[in-house]
Design a protein around this ligand. Sequence first.
Ligand code: ZN
Length: 157
Amino acid sequence: MIENMLGYELVRSNKKQETPLCRTVDEMTAIMKLMPKDVFAAVDMNHIKHPENLIMALGKRLKSVHIADGDGKKECHYFPCSGEGENDWSAILLALKKVGYKGPFMYECAFKDVKDLRACFEGLRCNYSFKLLTNPSKHALKSFTSLKAHSYIKGPL
Ligand SMILES: [Zn+2]
């Protein structure tokens, strides 16, 4: 499993610039093309601005997600429902739906109570569904109409 990492502004404590790989959509997809087909990708939602673009670029090679909010510039790992961070969770959920992601909604963030994790997931999914209903673009509408009711309400993405 290969995870995308933070971008160019990450600095080590010794003040030298760190140069991790997989910082951008282009870098991640280029590296994944060099890997054997049984090597898959994880998208850390806190490590990149607009993670939905990376999700779409990875497609079926996406096998895991790290759920956290941030600004894509530094390690934040905010709880997605904390109101901090800049992620568009409806766009992220739509991208996960489009690539057929079936893996866990795996949080990698600070939280107060474990019960908040499920409530947050349900809230994000509710917002996503509401946006699709009230502001359907052609793509979103197509995705929504192909969604099965049971998986829409109870199941995984
Ligand atoms: Zn991570």
